[in-house]
Each structure stands twice: as structure tokens, then as C-alpha cells.
Write a protein that binds this ligand. Structure first.
Ligand code: AHM
Ligand code: MG
Length: 355
């Protein structure tokens, strides 16, 4: 008798099936997503053997934000670039680790229709303490005229994203992606080297269970954020049941947990950093796209992240992301208690200038 084998869905098959829903598709996006999955496997292999392979620790070079790069950052960054610089599918790339656009080398075709934006290893300061880290990808369609990609192609609003994905290197490695047809999660089976569908059609559960914020910065918070977090904790007059606090300090891991369990992650603008810390194009836009596809919502505290038009490659943005009701409540608190404050200290974030 032939033993029965469970139906397994590899990421390749899943991506191809999604492509088949679009008869006009050329297969270029499918190929690009395959390449991303392969890059994720290579990075995963290095992250899991980081300790033994002696690739831990900082390199001498500091990135554009003045942070010391970890060696694995450098590795992840170059794997993703090299995987995509010669396929003819991509016209330009941008990485959080580089000041400028990453152009396709002259000797390769740069006539691809897609733009790849990535944060190669987010939360990399956590590497040395064995905390989950992640990679984030955003894909736009080329919009500028001419063959080569330009800044205009990279600086597009999030509602024009074609696809977004993240990879979490945790107790297992998972790749979660969306091409605008729901959010699907795959777990890497290291024994066969395949991402297998483990979390089909992810929807953020309601009510949210967790709130995630770096409480250590409360001293610098705006009045609205302070009151909002008290509300989350059930410490205001409403006295609701508190949400449990969870904060890893690794965006992909914090986002992933809240996506699967429900809740809100916030990295607000504050007295020290009016624009917050996280980057619009590399982090906020792709995760906002995925959150929206899972029934959630992301805001800069004033309005929809996906509607924001980036003006700078490394622009930072306050981020509130998770269950829609929780994010909208944050917007209400900021609108109610921070208007004067925002007008004085953060004029670019008042309602009048949003979007
Ligand atoms: P990075 O891009 O330099 O790795 O920094 C981003 C990380 C996020 O993963 C995380 O959400 C945040 O920084 C944590 O910052 P903080 O330590 O200020 O709470
Ligand atoms: Mg980052």
C-alpha cells in the first residue's frame, strides 16, 4: 500500500497559483518573489549558525544612520542585492543600509518593471543576544520613464505597493507575504530546505491581546501618547481590561506576534525624536500593506501610513500598527490631546498637513 503523504504547499507553488489568477501576468513578479524566498533561505542559514561560524559582532563601518553595522547585516544586504541585480526583473533597488539608490550594474539589464526596497536585517543589534531578527521587502512597479530606475520609482506611496514580505528568523524561520490577495505565512523546513504553507490567509484576531511600545521612553512622550498607553493599560477613567505588554525591540518579531495574536505596536514620535525611529519606505510601508491585507491598519498617529507620499529615501515616521480599532483609538488620543503640541513641535504632523 502506498503511504499517504500530507498535502504540502511550497511557497513556489503558492506564488505560482496566485499568478495564475492574473492571466496578464508575465511571471516577472513570481520570479522576483522566488528570488526573495531563496535569499531568505541563505540569510536564515547564516543567522542560525551565526554563533558557531564566528560571524557575530560589529564591522567597522557605520551605516547611513550612524549605527554600527553587524556583519550579518552586510551579508544579508549583499545576498539580496546579488540575487536580484542580474535577473532583468528589477530596475533599481534601495536598502536601508545604503545612503543612495542601488543601481543595476551596467553589464546587466536594468529594464525590469519592478523596484525592490529592503531592510536586510532589521533589529540587528539583537543578533548578539540571540533575539529574533527579520528582513523586510517592499515591491513597487516602475513608474518613471526610461530604462533605469530612479528615485521617483522608490518614493511611491504605500497604497501603490505591488507586494510586501517579511522574514522572521526566530525559533523557526518564517516568510510572510502578500501580493494584495491576503497574507500567507510559510515556515522553513530546514530538512528539505523548503518554505511550506503553515499560516494560510492570516487575519489579525480581534480583540487585540497585546500592546508593544518601548515604555522606557515615556519621559519623552507627548500627552496624547501617554494618555493612550494609560488607556491600553486600563488606568484611565474608562477602566477597561488591560492589554498585556510585550516588547522585543525587534520590529519584525513584535509585528509578527501581534499579527498572529492581535494587538498594537507603536513607535511614536516624541520630544527627542519627533519623527520616531522607523523608516517609512523600508519598514512602515511594507508592514502597513501586510497589516491592511490582514484586516488591520497602520497610521502615523494622524492618518493612514499607506497614503503618505515619501519625500526622502531614509525618511522616518511615527508608527502605530495592528488592530484597526486600537490604531484608530491612538489617532483619537493624538487628535484630542496633541494638536497644540504637534502644531508647536511637530508642525508637519498636524492634521492639516497629513498626507
Ligand atoms: P534597526 O533598523 O537599526 O535594526 O532598528 C530598528 C529596530 C526595530 O526592529 C525596533 O522596532 C526598534 O529598532 C527598537 O528601537 P528601540 O530600541 O529604540 O525601542
Ligand atoms: Mg530596520
Amino acid at each position: 500500500m502506498v503511504p499517504s503523504i500530507p498535502q504540502l504547499m511550497t511557497i513556489e507553488r503558492h506564488i505560482l497559483e496566485q499568478q495564475h489568477r492574473h492571466p496578464e501576468a508575465t511571471g516577472a513578479l513570481t520570479g522576483l518573489l522566488y528570488d526573495i524566498a531563496l535569499a531568505a533561505k541563505l540569510i536564515s542559514k547564516e543567522t542560525t549558525r551565526a554563533g558557531i561560524a564566528n560571524v557575530l559582532g560589529a564591522t567597522d563601518s557605520a551605516n547611513v544612520h550612524g549605527e554600527v553595522q553587524q556583519k550579518l547585516d552586510v551579508y544579508a544586504d549583499s545576498v539580496i542585492f546579488r540575487m536580484n541585480d542580474h535577473t532583468g526583473r528589477v530596475c533599481v533597488m534601495a536598502s536601508e543600509e545604503h545612503d543612495d539608490l542601488l543601481h543595476i550594474p551596467e553589464h546587466h539589464s536594468s529594464s525590469g518593471h519592478y523596484v525592490l526596497i529592503y531592510d536586510p536585517l532589521d533589529g540587528s543589534s539583537n543578533i548578539d543576544v540571540n533575539v529574533s531578527i527579520g528582513t523586510i521587502f517592499a515591491i513597487h512597479r516602475k513608474v518613471s520613464p526610461g530604462e533605469r530606475g530612479t528615485l521617483e520609482d522608490v518614493l511611491q506611496s504605500g497604497d501603490r505597493l505591488v507586494a510586501a514580505a517579511y522574514v522572521i528568523y526566530g525559533s523557526s524561520t518564517m516568510l510572510v507575504y502578500s501580493t494584495g490577495q491576503g497574507v500567507h505565512g510559510f515556515t522553513l523546513d530546514p530538512s528539505v530546505g523548503e518554505f511550506l504553507l503553515s499560516h494560510p490567509d492570516i487575519r489579525i484576531p480581534s480583540p487585540g491581546r497585546y500592546y508593544s511600545v518601548n515604555q522606557g521612553y515615556e519621559k519623552y512622550w507627548t500627552p496624547g501618547v501617554r494618555r493612550y498607553v494609560k488607556w491600553l493599560q486600563g488606568l484611565d477613567d474608562e477602566g477597561r481590561e488591560p492589554l498585556a505588554g510585550r516588547y522585543i525591540g525587534s520590529l519584525v518579531a513584535d509585528f509578527h506576534r501581534n499579527l498572529l495574536r492581535g494587538g498594537i505596536f507603536l513607535y511614536p514620535g516624541d520630544m527627542k525624536r519627533p519623527e520616531g525611529k522607523l523608516r517609512l519606505t523600508y519598514e512602515a510601508q511594507p508592514l502597513a500593506f501586510i497589516a491592511a491585507q490582514a484586516g488591520g491598519y497602520a497610521s502615523d498617529g494622524v492618518g493612514d501610513i499607506l497614503a503618505l507620499q515619501p519625500t526622502d529615501l531614509h525618511q522616518r515616521v511615527p508608527l502605530f500598527i495592528g488592530n484597526r480599532d486600537l490604531v484608530e483609538k491612538a489617532e483619537w488620543f493624538l487628535k484630542t490631546y496633541d494638536q497644540d503640541y504637534l502644531a508647536t513641535y511637530m508642525p508637519h504632523r498636524t492634521t492639516a498637513t497629513a498626507v
